[in-house]
Every structure is written in structure tokens, then in C-alpha cells.
Ligand binder design. Structure first.
Ligand SMILES: Nc1nc2c(c(=O)[nH]1)N[C@H]1C(S)=C(S)[C@@H](COP(=O)(O)OP(=O)(O)OC[C@H]3O[C@@H](n4cnc5c(N)ncnc54)[C@H](O)[C@@H]3O)O[C@H]1N2
Ligand code: MOO
Length: 412
């Protein structure tokens, strides 16, 4: 799994260019593992599954009622009930003309019979029955293989398993499947100012929040998560974390240290150990982003500001991880909405402002700002349920303008 980033443009990219370069570089992980059905939800099938048997395996009744020979219904003579067929306990004998068998839903339809009348359409008198409604030949009989036939390719390689698929596999007696291995994603925060929860803040310190945000975002994507903790701003600490990631992970995500500050050992270490591109992306928040290869894996250096972490993760890392998982990468839908608050914006960067959207009584989407939009104001993200996407060339937005929104539903 190696890429060459030689051809990637340096300097400032727009969001779409950066997304395209990243997706073109990330391969589907070519590694399989076997999992039981209990662990298979949401996993991507590595091999096509063919049915080893017919489902249903036998002719069975769709109703509680009586199994009979349709030809017997040409007269009004009552039919003799000669036994009972339960699901899992078939009727053992053969059914002769003029006879029928009491039958339950799912029970094997006895030899000699071809139709089932539901009990609501029968008048029973001792051990005989008489039909009170018409019945089609073959009615209420389910046939072997009606759902799946032996040899049918029922699930294709590359399919993402859902709850219905788990039941389908179980109905075929298949308890284990070969799936693509989940990407291993290591992440860390960098910065001397960062303290762990429970530690006392000294002047200049803040609590590390990005690791918790990243953990939550990664959990949504069903990857193997490797937490490398908080890494100090020293060459040794950064190198140690990167060496660990090279041993353990397919992707390393760092936050912080990708701008132009002086305690920036992330970039220096990466240049030594990997192949890296540093970009400025014409977006706000999330201007600086480092992307490249590290050993056999990939590296994403996200900016340290907490809202920038979320925006760059959702726009660049999420599609990359979906691709590596073997999933199709969906286009994230944008919808028009009337903006009820004026928005401040400088031209030159595409803005992902945080908003609250809802439909009004007429079904029209409306959106308003969550307030302060600095990339350090995580509360604006926590209160939001959508991004308000403002094109690069736009400047300030007046209330009443139609804007584009990206609802967070399914993303966070
Ligand atoms: N002279 C310039 N300065 C900056 C520029 C620039 O173009 N020229 N870009 C600004 C932009 S935009 C961003 S975004 C940041 C990105 O900086 P870094 O990626 O180097 O991040 P840091 O400086 O390490 O941190 C930025 C900010 O975020 C806080 N932080 C960092 N890690 C965490 C964490 N794990 N949990 C919570 N908060 C964190 C950190 O304390 C800083 O306040 O650069 C601008 N500067
Ligand atoms: O790119 Mo930065 O994220 O605006 O703060």
C-alpha cells in the first residue's frame, strides 16, 4: 500500500481538489478476516456468498389451517382430518383422496396434498371439515427455494452487511463470513500545553479535547482505534509516536503543529520518516492540512483548533476511511435553506459555519447561526446540527439569503 504524492500540487487547494487527491491516493484495504455473524454487522464482504441449500428447504404451509388435495373440492363431501402437522414435526403418513391434515404455519405440507385452506375458511365438525370459501389450487403453499436456490450468489463481494443480511446468512446455515479487515487508525494530540482530564492546569495549559472528539468521530466509522495519547513537543516524543503508528496502524491522525509555529516537530519528523504534502486549503475552519504516506500507511495532520479538527475530519478523513474500508464514498448531500441570521464572511475561503436548521410550517428549511464562529469555539459545533456552506467567493451574508446546508445527521 504505497502512493506517490509527487504529483500532488503544493500551495493552496480548494476543498474539492484536496478531496479528489486524497481519494485518488487511498486504496481499499486488501486484507481479509473471518468473523462470526455476531460480529459481522456493518462489515464489507470479502467474498461472494453462494447459497449452500434451498431456502425454504421444504414445501411448507403459509397458514394455520388444513392441508388437502384440491381435486377433492369438486364435490361438497366433507374431508376427514387424519392427523396434524406442526412446524418441526411433520405428519408421517400419506394423505388419500377425501382426507386432509390439520397443519400449522411453517409445517411441511404432507405428501399427497397440494393446497392449504386457512382455518377461518373452514367449518369443523368432529373429525371432518367443510370449506366455507373458495380455494385456489396450490394456495398457501410455500415452495423449496422460493427465497434462495442452492448455488444462487446471494451476497456479492464488496457488499456492506446489514441486519437483513445477517438473518439471510443464518437462514443458509452460514455462521462465519470472510470480510475486509477494518482499517487500524491511530491518533494523538500534540502540544506541550495539553493536559489530561484529572491533571491540574498550570498557567498556559488547556485540557486536551481533540482526542475525545476524534475518538467519537472514529467510533462512527467502525475502525480499529489506537489511542497514542498526548505527545509532547519534543523530537523524541513525536518520533516515538510515529514509529508506533508505523508498526500498528494503516492511518495516523495527529492534531496540532501543522501551522508555522516554532515548536513544530510533526512536520520535521514526517519529512524524515514519510512522504508528506503540506497544503493550505481555501476553507475555514481548517486551513492547514498535512497528508501523505508514513511507512505502509497514510498520515493526516489536522490543525489543532478543535472545530478545524472536526471540519477537516468530516471533509477529508471520513471519505478516506470509507474508501479504505471498501465502502462506496457517498456525496454528502447539501440542501438549500433560508438563513435567518446575518453571517460574517471574508472572501477567499469556503466557510463551513455552524448552524441550527429546521423546517418551518410550510416545509421550507431555515437555518440560523450558532454564534461565535472562531475555530477554537467548540460550543458552536456542539450546539449545531448542520454546517452552513458559504462559497469561497462570497462575503458577508444578509439575513434572508438562501444558503446551502449540510445536516450532521449520520455524520456525527
Ligand atoms: N502565522 C500564522 N499563524 C497561524 C496560521 C497561519 O496561517 N499563519 N494559521 C492559523 C490557523 S487557520 C490554524 S487552524 C492554526 C493551526 O495551527 P496548528 O495546527 O499548528 O495547531 P496548534 O498551533 O498546535 O494549535 C492551534 C490551537 O488549537 C489548540 N489545540 C491544539 N491541540 C489541541 C487539543 N488536543 N485539544 C484542544 N485544543 C487544542 C491550541 O492550544 C491552539 O490554541 O494555526 C493558526 N496560526
Ligand atoms: O484554518 Mo483555522 O482552522 O481557520 O483556525
Amino acid at each position: 500500500m504505497t502512493i506517490s504524492c509527487d504529483t500532488l500540487p503544493q500551495g493552496t487547494l480548494n476543498v474539492e481538489q484536496a478531496q479528489a487527491h486524497i481519494l485518488a491516493s487511498i486504496p481499499v484495504l486488501q486484507a481479509n478476516e473471518h468473523v462470526t455473524l455476531w460480529q459481522a454487522q456493518g462489515r464489507i464482504l470479502a467474498e461472494t456468498v453462494s447459497a449452500p441449500l434451498d431456502v425454504p428447504p421444504h414445501r411448507n404451509s403459509a397458514m394455520d389451517g388444513y392441508a388437502l388435495r384440491h381435486a377433492d373440492l369438486t364435490t361438497t363431501t366433507p374431508l376427514n382430518v387424519i392427523g396434524t402437522a406442526f412446524a418441526g414435526r411433520p405428519f408421517a403418513g400419506a394423505v388419500q383422496p377425501g382426507e386432509c391434515v390439520r397443519i400449522m404455519t411453517g409445517a411441511v405440507v404432507p405428501d399427497g396434498t397440494d393446497s392449504v385452506v386457512m382455518q377461518e375458511n373452514v367449518q369443523r365438525d368432529g373429525d371432518t371439515i367443510r370449506l366455507t370459501a373458495t380455494l385456489q389450487a396450490g394456495e398457501n403453499v410455500r415452495h423449496p427455494g422460493e427465497d434462495m436456490r442452492t448455488g444462487d450468489a446471494v451476497l456479492q463481494a464488496g457488499h456492506k452487511l446489514n441486519a437483513a443480511d445477517l438473518g439471510l446468512l443464518a437462514s443458509l446455515g452460514i455462521g462465519e463470513v470472510s470480510v475486509l479487515r477494518r482499517p487500524r487508525v491511530a491518533f494523538c494530540s500534540t502540544g506541550d500545553e495539553l493536559k489530561g482530564i484529572g491533571e491540574t492546569l498550570q498557567p498556559g495549559d488547556i485540557y486536551d479535547s481533540n482526542r475525545y472528539t476524534l475518538y467519537g468521530l472514529l467510533q462512527k466509522l467502525d475502525v480499529e482505534i489506537i489511542d497514542l495519547g498526548v505527545v509532547k513537543d519534543t523530537p523524541e516524543a513525536v518520533e516515538h509516536a510515529f514509529q508506533q503508528a508505523m508498526q500498528l496502524a494503516d492511518i495516523l491522525i495527529t492534531s496540532g503543529g501543522v501551522s508555522v509555529g516554532e515548536a513544530d516537530y510533526v512536520t520535521a519528523t514526517l519529512l524524515r520518516l514519510g512522504q508528506v504534502n503540506f497544503w493550505k486549503i481555501a476553507m475555514k475552519p481548517g486551513k492547514p492540512l498535512a497528508f501523505g504516506t508514513l511507512g505502509q500507511g497514510f498520515f493526516f495532520g489536522l490543525p489543532g483548533n478543535p472545530v478545524s479538527v472536526m471540519a477537516t475530519f468530516l471533509l477529508f478523513l471520513r471519505p478516506a476511511i470509507l474508501r479504505m474500508r471498501g465502502e462506496s464514498v457517498p456525496v454528502v448531500p447539501e440542501y438549500p435553506a433560508i438563513c435567518d441570521t446575518p453571517l460574517k464572511k471574508a472572501a477567499g475561503r469556503k466557510d463551513y459555519q455552524r448552524g441550527i436548521c429546521q423546517r418551518d410550517a410550510s416545509g421550507q428549511w431555515r437555518v440560523s447561526s450558532t454564534g461565535g464562529q472562531g475555530s477554537h469555539i467548540l460550543r458552536s459545533m456542539s450546539q449545531a446540527n448542520c454546517f452552513i456552506v458559504l462559497p469561497l467567493e462570497w462575503s458577508n451574508v444578509e439575513a434572508g439569503t438562501t444558503v446551502s446546508i449540510i445536516p450532521f445527521e449520520g455524520l456525527l
